[in-house]
Ligand binder design. Structure first.
Ligand SMILES: [Fe+2]
Length: 393
């Protein structure tokens, strides 16, 4: 288990128990904790998971590196189980649970507390919502590639802002691959390990023309669009060609509740259909979890196919969303300097580009995996045991 406590600790230490009550029927133990002051109910099954059969683990699951809880063949619980007693050990550090069938589990109260209250640091970092006038965090290429502390700062910045810039990156075409593999793992696509954003006579995609590109996320027509996108400016132009970015966390705060409800509950299709590919992704425009926390945006006007059965209210909610994202109050234009790499959360940030004339503009793009990024952040966080204040708002 990694992460930080959900609540700050005051007047008690992790694992300190106020009281323990075995509920009638022997199916549940209620523990009241000192800090945070909270009573939680734990089912018999929850304790029974830790009834480990050492014989079955020997030489098998005990050697696994990913922290297996129990052996796949172990039958450790049944609906007939009845807890006979639940009490603290003599020294007060362990909870001893005994069942009517004689089974017994001893768990340090500190471990129960950790399993109950620790939160995932990758989602516990408070997002910094941004708009025009907010300079994105900047990092130095050599520093983030060689110094662990500088690299860790980049990971925290990315979790918080969902966008950042790296400067003084070498002009080689594999620079984005090196950065992608540093912050996560490179995610190749049907475009290859990387993709070119450079005008050409016979364009294969919208990145290969000089025209304006409206706001979108990349590869929205996949069921699982890549979460991390990188763009490396190898050659920039004098006139035009600014990239535009919008923080959808900011937009969500401004939508009226009915529109938000329609945009999160109405799935639409995004399709890329040509002689060579046929991708389809079905998503709501906005994805929120059961606690109404933002999970992602899915949007690209060129690729959307709205099912004819869509409820009529959706259309105008969608139109108000489109109007909001294009407002200069939320749009952040950035002229990417040569030798810089911009990295953004492709599930949170909409991006587009203003038109330009000179065909010499050249960017190289790549995608990276989000789970690998979060894994690296959690590991480095744990190594540093950073005080929560450092990642506050
Ligand atoms: Fe794009």
């Amino acid at each position: 288990v990694t992460g930080v406590p959900r609540d700050s600790i005051s007047g008690g230490k992790p694992g300190e128990v106020h009281s323990i009550v075995l509920a009638p029927g022997g199916q549940q133990v209620d523990i009241t904790w000192v800090a945070p002051t909270q009573r939680l109910s734990y089912h018999s099954y929850w304790f029974r998971q830790y009834l480990i059969d050492e014989q079955r683990f020997a030489g098998v699951a005990a050697d696994w590196t990913d922290g297996a809880n129990f052996h796949a063949q172990q039958e450790f619980a049944s609906e007939r189980d009845e807890i006979a007693s639940a009490e603290l050990s003599a020294d007060g550090t362990e909870l001893v649970v005994r069942w009517a069938d004689g089974a017994e589990v001893r768990l340090p109260t500190e471990d129960i507390w950790s399993l109950s209250f620790q939160e995932d640091i990758a989602t516990a970092i408070e997002p910094r919502v941004w708009g025009p006038g907010d300079p994105f965090p900047g990092h130095d290429f050599a520093a983030i590639m060689t110094l662990e502390d500088a690299f860790f700062d980049l990971l925290v910045d990315f979790a918080r802002w969902g966008i950042l810039q790296i400067f003084d990156a070498p002009p080689e075409p594999d620079t984005v691959i090196r950065i992608a593999n540093r912050i996560g793992t490179l995610c190749p696509s049907h475009l290859g390990d990387t993709f070119e954003v450079k005008p050409k006579d016979d364009p294969d995609h919208i990145g290969e023309v000089c025209a304006e590109i409206p706001l979108h996320i990349d590869l929205v027509y996949r069921q699982d669009p890549p979460p991390v996108q990188l763009l490396h400016a190898i050659k920039q132009v004098e006139e035009g060609g600014e990239n535009e970015f919008v923080d959808v966390r900011r937009i969500i705060e401004l939508l009226n509740p009915d529109d938000l409800s329609l945009l999160r509950s109405t799935p639409v299709d995004f399709v890329a259909d040509s002689s060579r590919v046929h991708f389809r992704g079905r998503h709501p425009i906005l994805k929120l979890d059961v606690d109404r926390r933002f999970e992602g945006v899915f949007y690209n006007q060129y690729k959307i196919v709205i099912p004819p059965t869509t409820p009529s209210g959706f259309y105008f909610a969608f139109e108000r969303f489109r109007h909001l994202i294009r407002s200069p109050e939320h749009l952040c234009p950035v002229k990417l300097p040569e030798g810089s790499v911009i990295i953004f959360d492709n599930r949170r940030v909409l991006h587009g580009r203003r038109r330009f004339v000179s065909a010499s503009r050249h960017l190289v793009g790549a995608f990276a995996n989000g789970d690998d990024f979060r894994s690296r952040l959690r590991v480095m966080w744990r190594e540093r045991q950073v005080a929560p204040a450092r990642v506050g708002p």
